[in-house]
Write a protein that binds this ligand. Structure first.
Ligand SMILES: *Cc1c(COP(=O)(O)O)cnc(C)c1O
Length: 522
């Protein structure tokens, strides 16, 4: 079948500002719609129970290809199959890609961290870059694009590594990542500083994560710099951040796949309801569960788990999203430390029956007054679908200890927040807990948990002196849980490739980016 013969599923934006709906490939390349809205597909495909159940007979990559085909992406079927085979192959340390560990007959942990960086971001970032590159190639062929891309990412630690690993050696794209110098863990620093690949660059930035992010934003807003990149290097800047539809879609796959797998394994009957509990930050992961439900997967309640940054819990419980006087709290689950949860916008778009005017109004309220309140009908829809709880730092660490003592299974702090939320909220249905990081990415807090040390309190001197790798080895010896992923275990032995530290001013970042591009051109 030729691309142009396919029934096209186009993408419109949540604020109704785009001139025309765009194709999947355009949505992936654009990321954000004009006017600041987020792209959503006009049609959500539905699968029958039999079609869902049948997915379990396929390897994961083919399950993913099926779902992309159901969404009618405007790429040839062979291309989709080939990209999925690369995205979900032996770059994962388990051939099931995201295996499920059942802690009891009705508590199932979906392990989303078997990818190359041991974080759930790999599920999306092993996939998106390949589709980004293929989309750019197709648009180039159609004469709609005449340049390559520089992906610029500001990271507080985990996303940067997953993005580097996803974009490394991908055609037509290079990637530069900025992290706060001294503000990431030893493991996170080494994961980034030892990154392999010909098209990658990493900088420490003097300052904190906010400085990195502001620096990146300023560079994205500098039109003169954009023109220089285009004229001299035929390159455009892109961010590939978590609002890109191409990052969301791979996440829908694992919920459909997990349901099919549980049914195939006899852990539930096809058609039984399964509740889902997701440790939530930007609302991408839990939104993917919502879309899986819309596709026909019999998911029940969606439990939104927050840490002490409980803006989403308060929103789901009150209908008001309010950051006007909300402090930003540091927690043992930093990837959920967030105030503005950007994918909530897509969720509200769906729950209002796709009312772009309402969304544009609420987002303007959020910018202007730092709060918005949804109408009663929308709030009622939120309450039907979601329940939420927030877990404090001490309870998070207690949960790691308790689950280890009960089940001999180590949770990372993000997953622990979800586990405890599920315990607090669950009803009759079995629960699927989204596990978003391997424990060894957060060894310091796992050590605190197991030794009853309070959150934020210093580790004993001899433990604090250990490298991240050595600390993980100590935990593995003490617990007997000896499953440290190769990519984390080998870090002390790898050469440091990137140790440059730059200032976070717009000019400093732009100069560093140009040096990187010139070096690439050589
Ligand atoms: C990014 C991240 C989350 C939050 O996921 P969202 O899709 O932003 O809600 C949770 N846990 C870990 C470990 C993450 O890296």
């Amino acid at each position: 079948m030729k691309v142009q013969d396919m029934a096209q599923n186009l993408y419109s934006d949540t604020r109704g500002q785009s001139e025309r709906p765009v194709t999947f490939t355009e949505a992936v390349i654009d990321g954000l719609a004009a006017g600041g809205g987020l792209y959503v597909p006009e049609r959500i495909p539905e699968l029958s129970l039999d079609e869902i159940g049948a997915l379990a007979e396929l390897p994961y990559a083919q399950r993913a290809a099926r779902i992309y085909r159901a969404f009618d992406v405007d790429l040839p079927a062979e291309t989709v199959e080939a990209l999925m085979a690369q995205a979900y192959g032996d770059n994962f340390d388990d051939e099931r890609i995201c295996p499920i560990t059942s802690l009891s007959a009705d508590t199932h942990v979906l392990e989303l961290w078997h990818g190359p960086t041991s974080a759930f971001k790999d599920m999306a970032l092993q996939c998106l870059p390949r589709f980004f590159s293929a989309s750019a190639a197709q648009l180039r062929e159609q004469g709609k694009l005449d340049h390559d891309f520089l992906i610029l990412v500001a990271t507080s630690g985990d996303t940067g590594k997953a993005a580097l690993e996803g974009f490394r050696d991908v055609d037509g794209v290079s990637i530069g990542v900025m992290y706060p110098d001294g503000g990431v863990s030893d493991i996170q620093f080494k994961q980034m500083a030892t990154q392999r690949g010909r098209n990658v660059q990493v900088w420490g930035v003097r300052g904190n994560f906010d400085d990195c992010q502001t620096g990146a934003k300023n560079v994205f807003g500098d039109e003169a710099f954009a023109k220089k990149l285009q004229d001299e290097h035929r390159i455009a800047l892109s961010s590939a951040n978590s609002i890109n539809w191409g990052r969301l879609m791979p996440q829908i796959v694992y919920y459909v796949s997990a349901y099919a797998q549980l049914a195939a394994d006899g852990k539930l009957n096809l058609g039984d309801e399964l509740d889902v509990c997701v440790p939530t930050g930007n609302f991408g992961n839990i939104l993917a569960a919502y879309y899986a439900k819309r596709m026909g997967v019999p998911l029940g309640m969606l439990y939104c788990a927050s840490n002490e940054n409980r803006v989403l819990t308060d929103f789901i419980n009150t209908g008001t999203y309010d950051i006007s006087e909300r402090p930003f709290v540091l927690t043992p689950s930093p990837s959920m430390d967030i105030l503005v949860s950007s994918n909530l916008e897509r969720q509200l778009f769906e729950l209002t029956g796709r009312d772009a005017a309402a969304i544009a109004g609420w987002m303007a309220d959020l910018r202007g007054q730092r709060r918005f309140r949804v109408d009663e009908e929308t709030f009622a829809r939120v309450r039907e679908l979601f329940a939420s709880d927030s877990i404090d730092n001490a309870t998070c660490l207690d949960t790691i200890k308790r689950v280890f003592e009960q089940h001999g299974y180590l949770l990372d702090p993000h997953t622990a927040v979800a586990y405890q939320t599920a315990e607090n909220l669950r009803g009759e249905n079995p629960v699927l807990i989204a596990s978003t990081a391997h424990w060894a990415k957060f060894g310091d807090n796992v050590y605190r948990a197991l030794h009853g040390i309070e959150p934020g309190a210093p580790l004993p001197d001899d433990v604090a002196a250990l490298s991240g790798c050595k600390l993980n080895e100590l935990i593995a010896r003490e617990t007997g849980v000896d499953d440290i992923p190769h990519g984390l275990a080998e870090l002390d032995a790898l050469p440091i490739r990137f140790d440059e530290v730059i200032d976070g001013g717009t000019n400093d970042i732009e100069a560093a980016a140009l040096r990187f591009l010139e070096h690439l051109d050589d």
